[in-house]
Design a protein around this ligand. Structure first.
Ligand SMILES: CC(C)(COP(=O)(O)OP(=O)(O)OC[C@H]1O[C@@H](n2cnc3c(N)ncnc32)[C@H](O)[C@@H]1OP(=O)(O)O)[C@@H](O)C(=O)NCCC(=O)NCCS
Length: 430
């Protein structure tokens, strides 16, 4: 068998994301042009792959172009809103019914490109959206055009817990039994908010949002962005507004990616840089006390440093038994930093201070040290010492002074490894 180093590296690099995405809820919005794209089968098979990796998926879709083709020139708009007559609504429900049934058929087909996906994929659709009429705007009755009033998140969650992919066409029902056509992108944002989803993913024709020089924007931080930096008509602005609304309701991340590019969904979700535009609404990085579920993430961080001799090797069992001594930096479900504090009465050992190489030089080491300082203060510890072979300067720059092995607490001194010859540094707790 040919040895493909790139594939193996890619698979290894993506394994932290597989862990991070398991049991998370993603809402994916497919515009109707995506449903007509030649890439649709690949998108369906990537969604099926995510489902088999334990991701909970909701697909929101519309069929506006198909309806327009069925009724040329008859579906009028006022500004950005459509005016849906009862006759047009009949066509919409029939077209969306066909699209739903087509999607179910695609998820049911076993794909020759994905021979490992042999298990049955279950889909669920139903009356998950309560709608209300848009009503009369600027003197114009929008008839059967509506907006979301409520999302039945319990019913959706129930289906997701059972492993189904939930299919939600952009159509809603009022308590009086009326049916309303809804805006697809707005429905996706509503659903993500109601579920407090982990991700809201919009698929568009382009590879992502572009800046005024035409370059794809990799990441937009909503707390710092200026709208004028983004190229295009009102559509990018509208998507950003919908993402913003989702982020304000604790949806962790939004992504805008291409439906035309084969594998865009997987590249965005399983690589560090992604391929589209990622939108962050609030700080998604936190420093916190570690728990037992963090053991695999900490091992992934420290193992390369243990292998190169920078850190002393710790077994999984030892790490599990000492886990409450650790703090971690978590970013979007991934652990990118850690440190530990071992108390010896009034003196404490600072150990295993690590920032993932991709995230260094942004004060994370500094923040880990601050957090350890505050934990030490709370525990009545007055001094911190550290043993290091390769980061002496970093600690010197953070106020540590070199000292002799003899100054270590007895238990530590007795086990000092003279062969390893670590330098010992000490500092008052700040
Ligand atoms: C030491 C370490 C935690 C710093 O992480 P970090 O998140 O980059 O830290 P900060 O962003 O707060 O500090 C970055 C600054 O320290 C400097 N720095 C980083 N590692 C250094 C090292 N080993 N020696 C000297 N300086 C270092 C950087 O050049 C940068 O300086 P600058 O701001 O002047 O450019 C990280 O390099 C690491 O994980 N090292 C391997 C593990 C290790 O040796 N741990 C210590 C023993 S427990």
């Amino acid at each position: 068998m040919a040895f493909n180093a790139d594939h193996i590296k890619w698979f290894r690099d993506s394994s932290p994301y597989i862990d991070a995405h398991r049991s998370r809820t993603f809402v994916v919005c497919l515009p109707d042009c995506a449903l007509e794209s030649n890439n649709l089968n690949n998108i369906v098979s990537d969604i099926a792959l995510l489902n088999s990796l334990g991701v909970k998926l909701v697909l929101v879709y519309g069929a506006d172009q198909k309806v327009e083709r069925a009724l040329p020139g008859r579906w009028e708009t006022a500004g950005s809103r459509r005016i849906t007559t009862p006759e047009i609504l009949e066509t919409i429900t029939s077209v969306l019914g066909n699209v739903t049934s087509d999607l179910i058929a695609r998820f049911s087909a076993s794909s020759p490109e994905a021979p490992l996906l042999r298990r049955d994929i279950t889909t669920a659709s139903g009356n998950y959206l309560r709608a209300k009429p848009l009503g009369v705007i600027d003197g114009l009755d929008h008839l059967q055009s509506g907006e979301v009033r409520r999302v039945n998140s319990n019913a959706i969650t129930h289906q997701l817990e059972g492993g189904a992919i939930v299919l939600i066409p952009a159509i809603g029902y009022s308590p009086s039994g009326e049916t309303f056509h809804l805006d697809t992108a707005a429905v996706a944002s509503h659903v993500s908010r109601a579920l407090i989803a982990d991700k809201l993913i919009y698929m568009i024709e382009d590879e992502g949002l572009r800046d005024t020089r035409g370059q794809i924007i990799n990441e937009i931080d909503l707390s710092h962005m200026e709208r004028g930096q983004i190229e295009g008509n009102d559509e990018p602005d509208r998507l950003i507004t919908l993402c913003d609304q989702a982020c304000q309701r604790q949806v962790s991340r939004c992504h805008i990616i291409s439906f035309e590019t084969d594998g865009a969904l997987l590249e965005e979700l399983f690589t560090r840089d992604g391929c589209g535009t990622q939108i962050i609404g609030h700080s998604y990085e936190q420093i916190r006390t570690a728990n037992i579920d963090d053991v695999p993430g900490i091992l992934r961080l420290v193992e390369p440093l243990e292998a190169s001799g920078v850190l002393v090797r710790r077994s999984r069992e030892l790490l599990e038994s000492e886990i409450e001594q650790f703090i971690v930096i978590e970013r979007d479900g991934l652990l990118i930093g850690c440190a530990a504090l071992y108390p010896f009465d009034k003196i404490g050992e600072l150990a295993c201070v690590v920032t993932h190489p991709d995230y260094r030089n942004s004060d994370r080491g500094d923040r880990l040290l601050d957090t350890i300082d505050s934990r030490a203060r709370q525990a009545g510890i007055e001094q911190l010492f550290v043993l290091t072979t390769q980061s002496v300067d970093w600690f010197l720059e953070h106020g540590f002074k070199e000292c002799d092995v003899a100054e270590l607490p007895d238990e530590k001194r007795d086990f000092y490894n003279y062969q390893r010859n670590s330098r010992v540094l000490i500092r008052q707790v700040q």
